[in-house]
Write a protein that binds this ligand. Structure first.
Ligand SMILES: [Zn+2]
Length: 60
C-alpha cells in the first residue's frame, strides 16, 4: 500500500510516481503535484489561501 501524498501547495493528492519533492536547506520537505505548484510556492511565494485553484483558498 502506497502512502498518498498531498501537494504542499494546493492540497491535491499526488498519484504515486508523479510530482516532485523539494528539500529546503533547513530540512523541511515539500511535495508538489505539478511544476506550477512548485513555482508558486518557491518562486512567487504566494500564499495558497490567496490562490483560487488551491484547496486552501479562502482559509485563514
Ligand atoms: Zn499542487
Amino acid at each position: 500500500m502506497v502512502k498518498v501524498l498531498k501537494c504542499s501547495y494546493c492540497g491535491e493528492e499526488i498519484p504515486p510516481g508523479t510530482g516532485t519533492t523539494f528539500v529546503k536547506n533547513d530540512g523541511s520537505i515539500f511535495q508538489f503535484c505539478t511544476p506550477k505548484c512548485r513555482k508558486m510556492k518557491l518562486k512567487f511565494k504566494k500564499p495558497a489561501r490567496k490562490v483560487r485553484w488551491t484547496k486552501y483558498f479562502g482559509q485563514k
